[in-house]
Design a protein around this ligand. Structure first.
Ligand code: 3UK
Length: 514
């Protein structure tokens, strides 16, 4: 991949459609009849760019906190920050003042554009962050709101001529294992992710309508719901709260064709997706379904295929890598495997000395390619990047055909009586039981065995959590995987701890934090 030394990703993703006479293509939609063309989005982004430069005194390199549920104004703000050569620091909608303060301090944020509906926590944080000097709110019709300021500026703007390797994003990891870490990405990284997985694996078309649940503050959502559709001139639907029922309804209402969400959400949507005949094979519109963020259980893949006739596209990505680097399209999907390495990337399974292990042997996943990890605070950099390889913290097995089989996070491997047991394998086995809605498996300390396998199980409605069911579940697991992997302890829960991106927080269960 070659990029010119000077480039601005806003030019490549947004302005070029207008410049080539395609500004009237549909770009963004939202509930309530919002429909913006590429020209509309450019108009808004240009005006916000002027507000940033002239009213908020931004200079290139300044960090701009963005805070909103997924909506078109958030997209316009994101592109405005690119245009002025700023660095976008998008924050998850559910963050509280304390967490926002950490982000503001770590990323040295000086500016913020914030949706009126999420203003409270930011105001509290702002009181404790003197470096955050310039804040504007949108969806706010007051005289000092962003929209009023936009109206005073022209709709044209000459993008700052940023360098291909100027940082334009600081993305925070979602805290699966604790403290969020800030990662930096360049303008060329944004275009590189658009050039790898989307054309080789997703293969969407300009008339596709993208939709999904991940926040734009999560790079899974940023890519899937904004960068990738715009890189091909397609359109996208932004939903502020994409719970499974909202998502189902919106797929129908907008005639969505490409869906991005997490495995648990697919599991929750399957029965209704079938009843509503949302999928193209059943006469609906939906034709491509992408799952990422967590391992896709084989049971969920099967459930979705039976409900919709659609083979899902699984892909592993990471905030550190910006987007997906191992995946498989619908024709090449192998149930139980994440997929093969995405063209443009290299991937290896390594032993503890950084040497590749033979096919079939478990080891640590290492990847390299056009994007990679650059932590803000570099003390963790040397743990993630060694000899140019990015170690994602995942245990994988590579098979002879080049498929990567996910085992667990390297720190979720359970060692019981000398056996290595991958928590997700036990979870997959439990999920096949009709009484199980969700589950999480961890290792808990045990005098005799070192660790034992413990499962936390959320039951489907109507099932009674008694000793009989515990035995039934244990026997069920023993029948489908090696018996020594069965959960010796089972605890029933109403909910499991998850991050805002839908990932299980096994570390909270381990520390009995919940
Ligand atoms: C896990 C998966 C198995 C894995 C992400 C797509 O999830 C994303 O980024 P995060 O930084 O977490 C990264 C970690 O999540 N994981 C993600 N996808 C899968 N495990 N199968 C999968 N398909 O442990 C990885 O190291 O929050 C996903 C695109 C962009 C992203 N940022």
């Amino acid at each position: 991949l070659q990029f010119p030394p000077r480039m601005n990703c806003a030019g490549d993703l947004l302005d070029r459609w207008v410049a080539s006479g395609q500004g009237d293509r549909l770009c963004l939609q939202a509930p309530g009849g919002v429909r913006w063309t590429y020209a509309d989005l450019q108009d808004k982004a240009n005006r916000i760019a002027h507000v940033l430069v002239h009213d908020m005194h931004l200079v290139p390199g300044n960090r701009v906190l963005l805070r909103a549920p997924n909506n078109p104004m958030l997209a316009a703000c994101w592109f405005a920050v690119m245009k002025v050569g700023g660095i976008a620091v998008a924050t998850m909608p559910l963050l509280r003042a304390k967490e926002l303060k950490q982000v503001i301090d770590k990323a040295e944020v000086s500016h913020a554009l914030c949706d009126h509906v999420l203003a409270d926590e930011l105001r509290t944080a702002q009181g404790q962050c003197p470096a955050l000097r310039h804040v504007r709110h949108f969806h706010d019709d007051s005289a000092d709101g962003l929209e009023a300021a936009m109206a005073r500026h022209p709709a044209w703007f000459d993008n700052v001529e940023t360098a291909a390797d100027d940082t334009c994003i600081i993305a925070f990891t979602s805290g699966t294992t604790g403290q969020p870490k800030g990662t930096m990405h360049f303008h060329r990284d944004v275009m590189a992710t658009c050039a790898c997985w989307p054309p080789h694996v997703l293969k969407a078309a300009p008339d596709d309508v993208f939709i999904g649940s991940p926040p734009l503050a999560f790079t899974f959502g940023l890519g899937g719901l904004l960068l990738f559709p715009m890189s091909i001139g397609a359109s996208t639907v932004l939903l502020e709260k994409a719970s499974p029922p909202v998502l189902l309804q919106a797929i129908r209402e907008f005639g969505a064709t490409v869906l991005f969400t997490a495995p648990t959400s697919y599991r929750a949507m399957a029965p209704e997706a079938q009843r509503l005949r949302l999928a193209a094979p059943h006469g609906g519109t939906l034709r491509k379904c992408v799952s990422a963020g967590e391992a896709l259980p084989a049971a969920t893949r099967t459930l979705w295929a039976e409900a919709t006739g659609i083979e899902m596209i699984d892909g592993i990505g990471a905030t550190e890598m910006l987007h997906i680097f191992i995946s498989a399209d619908e024709e090449h999907a192998l149930p139980g495997a994440t997929g093969t390495v995405v063209p443009g990337y290299q991937a290896c399974v390594m032993d503890d000395n950084g040497q590749p292990v033979p096919a079939g042997v478990i080891g640590k996943l290492a990847v390299k390619g056009p994007t990679g990890c650059r932590y803000l605070a570099d003390e963790r950099q040397r743990q993630y990047v060694k000899d140019g390889w990015n170690y994602t913290g995942d245990a994988y097995v590579l098979d002879a055909e080049g498929y990567f089989h996910y085992q667990s996070r390297t720190d979720d491997m359970i060692v019981s009586a000398g056996y290595n047991i991958a928590a997700p394998e036990v979870e997959d086995a439990l999920l096949l039981h009709p009484a199980v809605a969700e589950c999480a498996v961890i290792g808990v300390p045990d005098d005799e065995r070192g660790q034992i396998v413990k499962a936390f199980v959320v039951l489907r409605d109507q099932r009674i959590p008694d000793a009989e069911l515990v035995q039934e579940l244990q026997a069920f697991v023993k029948r489908s995987i090696a018996p020594y992997k069965y959960p010796r302890a089972i605890e029933f829960r109403d909910v499991l701890p998850r991050t805002e991106t839908g990932k299980l927080q096994r570390f909270k269960l381990k520390a009995a934090l919940v």
